[in-house]
Design a protein around this ligand. Sequence first.
Ligand code: NAP
Ligand code: GLV
Length: 330
Amino acid sequence: MFKPRVYVTRQIFSDALDIIEQAAELEVWPDDAPPTPEQLREALADADGAIINVMDRIDAPLLEAAPKLKVLSQVAVGLDNVDIPEATRRGILVGYTPGVLAKATADLGFALLLATARRVVESDKWVRNGNWEIAHHPMFWLGSEVNGSTLGIMGMGGIGLEMAKRALGFDMKVIYHSRTRKPELEAEYGFKYATPNKVIANSDFLSLHVPLTPETHHLIGEKQLKKMKPTAILINVSRGAVVDTDAVYKALTKGWIAGAGLDVFDPEPPPVDHPILKLDNVVVLPHIGSASNRSRREMHLLAARNLVAALKGERLEQCANPELYETLGI
Ligand code: NAP
Ligand code: GLV
């Protein structure tokens, strides 16, 4: 019996692979490091479907070289690595995994906020270097008080909301800006809507949760960083290019802001000699927002179900280009 060919560009949970294997011939990229663009092109050349990852750049030349593709199933909510209009033009359905990762990603965002405010990573290094006795000084390691401060959210979607809800547990005030105002959240949680400039200027912690689009590229640059409080901390768990990284470096070294917690970077991976990595007032993580056992498993299972649905000619649970359903007659 004919079985479609599916390529999975990174190891995923085995029960997600089982779902795919019932419907397709399966091949999985074996290495921990992602495939290079050439290796990805070769892997997808003969594939009917693929499970892909944020590190896989899916552009028009790659799609041109993969003429059999019917579905791309992304293990992520952000889709800035995929040329969706081009996929749609070619009749390729694009699946993704919103929702199931929002709480875990907000947990990580809050971990970054607390770690940066209270200098957790910096002071841990002192202990490991044998400096406990000097470090335990009444005037050392003074950080920012989180409780009672103001959290500014840019992008009040699934993750922004979870981040804001966590802030309430820390007695923080929440102000936000989003493309669409959310009166129901204002009524339920007391969040205050403001213009981007007001959110930027009044936040003690400015947390970014917008998708990366042409409108949000470098949303936070030199001009915005200069408007922030000099005591403020920038948290980015969205995409690296939502901030101008050179401007953030400048802001951190010139004292325009006090610190930054970055789960994402532009570019990823950052060059090992990037000057930002030398600064103590920054915590940098390797894009691990959704990396909890539960969320990652749910993402893998949802991505597998999205992929199999498309291969069977059915609607996906989460589809980024549902306008194709009509064209495809499903
Ligand atoms: P979401 O539910 O779609 O929320 C995004 C929010 O941003 C929406 O509320 C949206 O619009 C708002 N928005 C979009 N464009 C905007 C603009 N130009 N100005 C202001 N607000 C704008 O997505 P999510 O699940 O929260 O995820 C958000 C992003 O986080 C993803 O796209 C991804 O890049 C990133 N992410 C990172 C990790 C990680 O591991 N670090 C994990 C998951 C996701 P409305 O106001 O109209 O609702
Ligand atoms: C991760 O970065 C995601 O977009 O889900």
